[in-house]
Design a binder for this molecule. Structure first.
Ligand SMILES: Cc1ncc(COP(=O)(O)O)c(C=O)c1O
Length: 401
């Protein structure tokens, strides 16, 4: 069933305040998420934090169950983290300490879309071990070439790391095709789904990834300070926690340390129960709309936005890829991105500006120093897109040539 846009807007308090096109930075949470977080904080204040947490055990547990439903995996293959970066480092760090121990001559393959933080961590681990991080050559549409990837596979490849949707552009990378190659070669595959989770269906069995990480605050519309990790059961058996505490490990009577064997070994003892409850409610909210329906609405809004932008003088739409997401990237000749963003912000229109600090390889490949990013969600409307484009057109005219 198509998304009821009027209902979405009524259930999204932020829609009354702003035209929000920074969903890739952080989306507007819906009312049920806000209510769930605030009411748990109130219970903490009135009943005691520990007692309120115990009373909310089922709602907290449901965040895991809902995440497993969202990704089509087992509940024990899910861990909750505090951000996308925390989630990714937990997965990568635990993998690198366990079965993934890299050594001289080992190879890690990644693509030009890789998030800067991931790439730096891969390089750091590889350099320490005498291993190498290699980029999968890019095909004509900007996505990693599947043929080139196939040719790179040998028994020294220890990990394939891919960012599903690049932070600075609309391109959706062919994760399932990468997953096919990884699976048939028996190479662990780590997918960063920061920008894809919540805006399209993601099924870890279809994609074939062994680890997946994502923050909650982007297209999933969960509160800030949340994130998800998925680790496939077969990999869990070989992992070792790098943050060892009483949550990831237990002490036996004879003083032996026994590590946890489900994904929660990636977590530590203390965390925000209110945010976890909010994360669970946000996932349930997305599931109730249907990820296919969400993707259809986002894709249609994003292509409308691309068409409208193309009519504005000096605007160049920069998105690549055959399959495109809700992230629309563009530049305006002669205008600094921050000036554009701030001018729109003064008119209650939110977009973001990104630079090489976020996706250095991708920006270099596209020959760009910075990029404007307008990202849509189900509650945006064609009317809001027209207002955004009218405001951009005004700014361009005002700045002259
Ligand atoms: C593709 C990608 N990966 C990772 C991250 C890092 O997530 P976080 O900011 O939650 O640490 C981002 C953030 O924008 C991202 O876009």
């Amino acid at each position: 069933m198509a998304i009821d846009v009027a209902l979405m807007r009524a259930e999204t308090p932020g829609c009354e305040m702003v035209r929000h096109f920074n969903n890739a930075g952080g989306a507007l949470p819906p009312r049920p998420v806000l209510d769930a977080v605030i009411s748990h904080l109130q219970r903490e204040v009135l009943q005691g934090p520990v007692e309120a947490g115990n009373a909310a055990a089922m709602a907290i547990d449901d965040a895991y169950t809902a995440a497993a439903e969202l990704l089509n995996c087992q509940r024990h293959e899910i861990a909750i983290a505090e951000s996308g970066s925390r989630a990714w480092s937990a997965a990568f760090g635990h993998f690198a300490l366990g079965s993934g121990r890299f050594g001289p001559g080992d190879r890690i393959l990644t693509s030009a879309s890789e998030w800067a933080g991931n790439y730096i961590a891969l390089l750091d681990a590889a350099r320490a071990a005498g291993a190498a991080v290699e980029l999968i050559p890019t095909g004509p549409d900007g996505t990693p070439s599947i043929d080139a990837l196939q040719d790179m596979i040998d028994d020294r490849v220890r990990l394939i790391a891919l960012t599903h949707v690049a932070a600075n552009g609309g391109m959706v990378n062919p994760a399932a095709r990468v997953g096919d190659i990884a699976r048939s070669a028996g190479i662990p595959f780590l997918l960063d789904a920061a920008q894809s989770i919540g805006q399209m269906p993601i099924d870890v069995e279809v994609i074939g990834c062994d680890m997946l990480t994502a923050p909650g605050r982007k297209f999933l519309r969960a509160p800030r300070g949340t994130g998800l990790v998925y680790i496939r059961q077969s990999l869990l058996e070989k992992m070792r926690p790098f943050l060892v505490d009483n949550s990831s490990a237990a002490l036996t009577d004879d003083n032996r340390i026994v590590f946890g064997r489900d994904a929660s070994m990636l977590e530590t003892n203390e965390n925000s129960r209110a945010l976890r409850i909010g994360l669970g409610v946000a996932i349930r909210y997305a599931l109730s709309l249907g990820l296919g329906e969400i993707e259809a609405r986002i894709t249609s809004l994003a292509s409308y936005l691309r068409r409208q932008l193309a009519h504005i003088d000096r605007v160049v739409v920069r998105d690549q890829g055959r399959r495109q997401s809700g992230i629309v990237s563009f530049t305006i000749d002669g205008l600094p991105g921050v000036a554009v963003r701030d001018w729109l912000y003064g008119r209650q229109i939110n977009i973001s500006v990104g630079g090489a600090a976020y996706t250095p390889l991708d920006m270099k490949a596209r020959g760009l120093a910075e990029i404007l990013r307008a990202s849509v969600h189900v509650y945006n409307t064609e009317g809001e897109i027209e207002e955004l484009c009218a405001a951009l057109g005004d700014f361009v005219r005002q700045c002259g040539h």
